[in-house]
Design a protein around this ligand. Structure first.
Ligand code: SF4
Length: 508
């Protein structure tokens, strides 16, 4: 039996000028890539399995495209993983490229395929994965070995009820060197009990908080340390909603893991000073918090009732006490925003002075509740999925023109970081971050795009004939959101964790 060669690719995206976004150094390796690689068995029966991983954002040459050519010595499976809507065209094009070069087995998975209707693109030789890898990956591998992939996997169940423990093998030294700091992303927990209407996380991972056994996360951390990883990103949204978070952090302290880490918490962390303290002692150096807005009415209309702007200052204080850099994430262009509102937001932010602030344009991400309601109201004007990356306007805002929103986005960056550099310079690293964010924004490039020093190599034009040949389209149609199956609805109904807290939030 020929070996099975799996080429796992995290596709990049096409920038406004059509070039594939690539960087000389990335910020962090894609977590899904290494999670799925580690989920893959070494063999099935007597057939050995080889896995190659490619994070396109940090590949500066096209050598990996050779892996997408038919090789008579192996059975090749090309899997485009973690594909978000703004990366969907790129994923389609890479799959079309592989098909064109004789690869028979290609599959596209991740947020877009899981939450959006891809029916018009199915049955053309590229398969779509509509569920978490834990539910379908083994079947995909077996089908590739037996000669034929199914057009669709996981249509009846999006989420695994239980998550198996996976010990993640980090990228090898050559791949780690592609990033500014050797880093690994881990998912100790998935799901979020809240219901923000713009959020894709609850559509991708559900509202029930699920986690594998703690030991697998600890084993991943130990392995990462042994393999030269220097920092960890806990990619899970709302780390503080992980029921075993304290146990994990305590175990990390006791085991002297010694790996500094970043994590994401919701704003309820303001009520958990002991947890912030524990995070700091376990090595957390940056906490990403989705504050989004300082306007309570705006937050309520976005379904983010649990954000209380009066408590944002507590987060800054608690993080400061624990030696953690607070990173506030902000959204501009909510339906109720106008010029005065955005200027006021910036002024309030300056009084709080989080060490890091990121800004995004409100984007109705396909698959979300907001996308559905904006679509129904005929508000979505952008036909190209590449642009649904939270850096530009995609819908008709009642006040702002498309250009004005883009200008405001970059102005928020330049003005906030100019302020920090002038009045709150911070550590050398914080100054570097501030200078970088300001510089990127002045160039009209989003500082959080994924890396430093963009490298133009190839562009959409190099692949557009393949997209036409394989799928008969120029642009993929804006999709309809997929409905949840009854089993996924049932899992969402089990989202009882912190239900008391959720009720309290609604009441206040
Ligand atoms: S709190 Fe964050 S992850 Fe949870 S639903 Fe809201 S935006 Fe999504």
């Amino acid at each position: 039996m020929k070996p099975l060669r799996i080429v796992l690719i995290k596709p990049s995206k096409y920038g406004v000028d059509g070039s594939v976004e690539r960087f000389k150094k990335g910020f962090m390796p894609n977590a899904t890539l290494y999670h799925i690689a580690s989920l893959t068995p070494a063999s099935i029966g007597d057939t050995p399995i080889q896995v190659r991983t490619v994070d396109e954002y940090v590949w500066q040459d096209l050598g990996y495209l050779q892996l997408l050519h038919h090789d008579p010595e192996v059975v090749t499976l090309v899997a485009l993983v973690g594909v978000q809507s703004h990366q969907f065209h790129r994923a389609l094009d890479l799959a079309a490229y592989a098909r064109h070069h004789g690869v028979r087995h290609c599959v596209i998975g991740g947020p877009h395929a899981m939450t959006c209707d891809t029916a018009s693109l199915q049955g053309r030789g590229v398969s779509f994965a509509l569920a978490e890898a834990e539910l379908i990956w083994r079947q995909i591998l077996e089908d590739a070995l037996s000669g034929e992939l199914q057009p669709v996997y996981g249509a009846h169940q999006r989420w695994a009820q239980d998550l198996p423990g996976v010990v993640v093998t980090p990228p090898g030294p050559a791949d780690l060197a592609r990033y500014r700091v050797p880093m690994l992303g881990l998912y100790p927990v998935r799901g979020c009990p809240y219901r923000c209407n713009f959020c894709s996380v609850i559509k991708i991972s559900g509202r029930q908080v699920r986690s594998p056994a703690l030991e697998s996360t600890l084993a991943s951390l130990r392995l990462a340390k042994a393999k030269g990883v220097e920092q960890i990103m806990f990619v899970s949204d709302n780390f503080n909603k992980f029921p075993q978070v304290r146990e994990l952090l305590q175990a990390m302290i006791e085991a002297r893991v010694g790996l500094p880490f970043l994590c994401q918490c919701d704003t309820q962390i303001a009520r958990e000073p002991d947890l912030v303290d524990l995070l700091g002692r376990a090595g957390c150096f940056e906490m990403f918090v989705g504050v989004e807005s300082f306007n309570t009415k705006t937050l309520k209309s976005a379904g983010k009732n649990h954000n209380d702007p009066r408590r944002y200052a507590d987060i800054i204080r608690l993080c400061g006490d624990a030696g953690i850099r607070p990173h506030f994430s902000n959204i501009i262009g909510f339906p109720g925003d106008d010029e005065a509102e955005v200027q006021n937001h910036l002024e309030v932010l300056k009084t709080l002075r989080p060490k890091v602030a990121s800004f995004y344009v409100l984007t109705p991400i396909p698959g979300t509740e907001q996308y559905d309601s904006f679509s129904k109201a005929g508000l979505i004007t952008e036909p190209n999925l590449d642009r649904f990356d939270a850096t530009c306007a995609t819908w008709t805002h009642p006040v702002f023109s498309k250009q004005r929103l883009t200008d405001l986005l970059y102005q928020c960056y330049t003005r906030y970081y100019a302020f920090l550099l002038r009045y709150a310079r911070g550590s050398e690293e914080e100054q570097r971050v501030a200078i970088f964010c300001r510089y990127m924004a002045l160039q009209k490039m989003h500082p959080m795009a994924g890396g430093i020093d963009p490298v133009p190599v190839d562009s959409r034009a190099d692949y557009s004939h393949l997209r036409r040949e394989c799928y008969g389209i120029g642009l993929a149609p804006l999709p309809r959101s997929l409905r949840l199956s009854s089993s996924d609805e049932a899992l969402n109904r089990r989202a009882r964790w912190h239900i008391k807290e959720l009720k309290e939030d609604a009441a206040t």
